[in-house]
Design a protein around this ligand. Sequence first.
Ligand SMILES: Cc1cc2nc3c(=O)[nH]c(=O)nc-3n(C[C@H](O)[C@H](O)[C@H](O)COP(=O)(O)O)c2cc1C
Length: 321
Amino acid sequence: MTVRAGADLSVALGRLHLPLPTIMGSGCYGSGEEYASFIDLENIGAVVLKSVTRMPRLGNPTPRLVQTPSGLLNAIGLQNPGVEWYLEHEVGKFSERPCAIIGSVAGFSVDDYAYVTQRLAARDEIDAIEINISCPNVASDGETFACDPKLTSRVVTLVRDLTDKTLIVKLSPNVTDIAGIAREAEAAGADALAVINTVRGMAIDVDVWQPRLGNRTGGLSGPAIRPIAVLAVYEVACAVKIPIIGQGGIETTTDALEFFLAGASAISIGTANFTDPRVPLQIAHGLERYLLGRKLNALRDIVGKANHGFSGPHQYEGDQG
Ligand SMILES: Cc1cc2nc3c(=O)[nH]c(=O)nc-3n(C[C@H](O)[C@H](O)[C@H](O)COP(=O)(O)O)c2cc1C
């Protein structure tokens, strides 16, 4: 089954043009190779690689994954072989991929972000850079970059100067004002925003009176976080002009449409790939059918349509029960 777009599903993220708006989320798709026997990678827009750091990381103690009724809690702890190993052994293979490859950068200081960005962006096999300033799993002395507008601005300003490739900034939902952080990232030069990373969570084993994750806390993904993610996309879309890659619990075409209507120009699929690797293909077909059924030519025609008449979340008088 191949996607033959009868409707225009393409999206521009800065200089990066994708024929399809379906992007595979960091940490959930390897580098694409792992899924190539299940799905023709021509039928996805891009893969965001697992976040890579300056030094190798062993990650968190196990258990690192816990299933909850409608979401997955993870505390992988950014396990990765470090950027130098990655460049030497992995990146060369990416030129064989028939979809775009987006490198994901993580770090524990502004210098880390700069170093890894420079190293990855220098390689032709990598089409764009996403900076993961929002991982809630990794203990660090300072505040998480994504939770502080000034830190967000500093890191984005620095890495912006290091590459002409599309720069995507991935935001955390674990903040009080995601729109404010989004504005800082846009002003500092981001080409696009990935909204959202995982939501902090915890599960406890009632037999042994211990948290179920080795790291005690983790990041929740999957359908449980979808309404949180849709709201975040809506709020960010009201605040910035750059494109948004919506993500958080997308499993079906209807889920994806919610994100486009809230203001996303592209979507990312993470956890759903673990249970059904055909989800990205089904969604691309579903989007095409939806547009053709409404006699619309292009996906971009529906972006943000649910936001009409609203100028921002400040209009609300509260939404408590
Ligand atoms: C097991 C696992 C590992 C992840 N690793 C990363 C990572 O390394 N870097 C990153 O930016 N996001 C990481 N994420 C977050 C996903 O890319 C995605 O933003 C999030 O899970 C929400 O989307 P989903 O509900 O479709 O999974 C990870 C998620 C999971 C479930």
